[in-house]
Design a protein around this ligand. Structure first.
Ligand SMILES: Nc1ncnc2c1ncn2[C@@H]1O[C@H](COP(=O)(O)OP(=O)(O)OP(=O)(O)O)[C@@H](O)[C@H]1O
Ligand SMILES: [Mg+2]
Length: 257
C-alpha cells in the first residue's frame, strides 16, 4: 500500500500533442503494477483512447457514451428522479470499468460540455471520484493541450506531471498548462518530465521554463516506438532505458517510495 494515507495518489499526465503523454502514462502504470505498489486505476481522458491501445485494453463503453445515452433518454421525455439517475449511472459506469490482472481501466471519451445537463455531469464526477477512492493509484492520461485543465476535468490531483519533448513548443505548452493549473487544479506537487531526450549533451542544452521543476528525463528509446508500431502492450515488453527512467522519475517525484 502506498504510504499510510487512505486517499489515492492521483497522477495526471498533461502536455502538448505528441510529446509522449500516453507513453509516459503507460510507463507509470507498468511501474506501479510491476512493483505491486497497490491497486491501480488507469483513466484514459483522451477521446482518442491512446492509453487503451498502449495497455491493450478493449473499451466497450466510455463515460461519454453513457452520458449521451442517458441524455437521449431524458430528451425523449423519460422521467427519472435523482435517486434513480444516480443508481442508473453508477451501474453503467461500473459496467464500463474493465479490470484485468490487477489493473482497472476507465475511458472518459469526450469531456463534458459545460453548462449542459449539469446534474448528469456532477453525478458522473461523483461516481468517478468514488470509484477512484477504491484504488491506491489513479493514473490519468490527459488530452493534448490546455482544454481539459481549463474545463476542470482534472480538478483534484495529487501529482501533476507535465510532459514535453525537447522542443521549444513542447516546453512552452507545458509552461502554459502549469500557469493555468495554478488556478484550475488543486494539486499537491507538479513537475516536468522531459521525454525523448537524446543523451546528456542534449539535456544540458535544455532549460526548464521558469517555475517548473524537472523531475526526470526519459531518453529517446526505440523500444517505446517499436511497442507502438507493433501494437504491443507496454506491460509486456522487456525493461528498457525509457521505462527505467520513468520509474526513476516517479521515485524522485514521491509517487512511489
Ligand atoms: N521516449 C521515447 N522514445 C521513443 N519514442 C517515443 C518516446 N516517447 C514517445 N515516443 C513515440 O512518440 C509517439 C507519440 O507518443 P505518445 O502517443 O505517447 O504521445 P502523446 O503525447 O500521448 O500523443 P497525443 O497527443 O497524440 O495523445 C509515439 O509513436 C511513441 O511511440
Ligand atoms: Mg496520447
Amino acid at each position: 500500500m502506498p504510504g499510510s494515507e487512505d486517499a489515492p495518489r492521483i497522477i495526471a499526465v498533461c502536455g502538448k500533442g505528441g510529446v509522449g503523454k500516453t507513453s509516459v502514462s503507460a510507463g507509470i502504470v507498468r511501474t506501479l503494477v510491476n512493483r505491486g505498489a497497490g491497486k491501480v486505476l488507469a483513466i484514459d481522458a483522451d477521446p482518442a483512447v491512446g492509453l487503451a491501445a498502449a495497455l491493450r485494453v478493449k473499451v466497450s463503453a466510455t463515460v461519454d457514451d453513457i452520458r449521451n445515452r442517458l441524455i437521449d433518454r431524458l430528451r425523449s421525455g423519460e422521467r427519472e428522479d435523482r435517486k434513480d439517475l444516480i443508481s442508473h449511472l453508477d451501474y453503467e459506469v461500473f459496467g464500463a470499468l474493465s479490470e484485468q490482472s490487477g489493473l482497472a481501466f476507465l475511458a472518459i471519451g469526450r469531456p463534458e460540455t459545460d453548462g449542459c445537463y449539469c446534474q448528469v455531469n456532477e453525478i458522473l464526477k461523483d461516481i468517478i471520484g468514488s470509484i477512484a477512492g477504491n484504488f491506491d493509484f489513479v493514473v490519468i492520461d490527459g488530452e493534448a493541450g490546455i482544454e481539459q485543465v481549463n474545463r476542470r476535468v482534472m480538478e483534484k490531483v495529487t501529482h501533476l506531471i507535465l510532459v514535453s519533448d525537447p522542443s521549444a513548443k513542447g516546453l512552452a505548452v507545458a509552461k502554459t498548462i502549469m500557469d493555468v493549473s495554478k488556478r484550475a487544479v488543486a494539486y499537491e506537487r507538479a513537475g516536468l518530465v522531459l521525454n525523448r531526450v537524446r543523451g546528456n549533451s542534449e539535456l544540458d542544452r535544455l532549460a526548464a521554463p521558469a517555475g517548473l521543476e524537472i523531475i526526470g528525463w526519459v531518453p529517446e528509446d526505440d523500444a517505446i516506438r517499436e511497442a507502438d508500431i507493433s501494437g504491443k502492450c507496454i506491460l509486456d515488453i522487456p525493461d528498457c532505458p525509457a521505462l527505467t527512467a520513468i520509474e526513476k522519475s516517479l521515485l524522485s517525484f514521491g509517487v512511489i517510495v
